[in-house]
Design a protein around this ligand. Structure first.
Ligand SMILES: [Zn+2]
Length: 177
């Protein structure tokens, strides 16, 4: 839990004369990181828009998809986005009347005016979005772990039942032809 990162009613942010700022230093309970998350979130209400600026960095421990080695990955973001304060069934034509086209392009989401803005959840989403799709430990990755050569396997399993099983499968295949 990060101290002070509590949800705040959207209406309360709208009433503030200066932006609401959260300093981030710590761990999220639902997002495991190797080092504490360090950063800042700034929420500023601009009429029907909520501007969210934030940046943070941390490190996560991942397992390489190729060689299975665990490695640390630096995770960071810096973003500036707009959230529409209004209902979900928002009409795009109405929205165009209220905001400039450049603002319209940066609107990524909406939030109900009667809801809370949850900075911890927002931080969680930002970090999650930037997780790599493929976990590769680096350019030096040795690739897939080496599988024992067929010779080694047959030596070890010469008298095993498994070997016989394979043989019977071969027989079945021969019969099939
Ligand atoms: Zn690797």
């Amino acid at each position: 839990m990060i101290n002070g990162l509590q949800p705040i009613p959207v209406k309360e942010i709208s009433k503030l004369t200066s932006p609401k700022i959260w300093l981030i230093e710590g761990y999220l309970k639902n997002f495991a990181t190797f080092t504490p998350i360090s950063g800042i979130i700034k929420a500023d209400s601009k009429g029907n828009l909520l501007q969210l600026k934030g940046k943070a960095n941390t490190a996560v421990n991942l397992s390489c998809d190729k060689c299975l080695t665990s490695f640390n990955y630096k995770l960071e973001f810096e973003t500036d986005e707009m959230i529409w304060i209004g209902k979900e069934d928002l009409n795009l034509e109405d929205l165009k009347l209220e905001v400039s086209s450049s603002q319209l392009a940066s609107i990524v989401d909406f939030i109900d005016p009667n809801e809370n803005f949850d900075p911890a959840h927002w931080l969680f989403e930002q970090l999650n979005l930037r997780m790599p799709l493929l976990n590769i430990c680096g350019d030096h990755c040795p690739g897939s772990p080496q599988i024992n050569s067929p010779e080694k396997i047959s030596h070890g399993q010469n008298d095993s039942g498994e070997q016989q099983q394979i043989d019977s499968r071969w027989i079945a295949l021969k019969n099939f032809h």
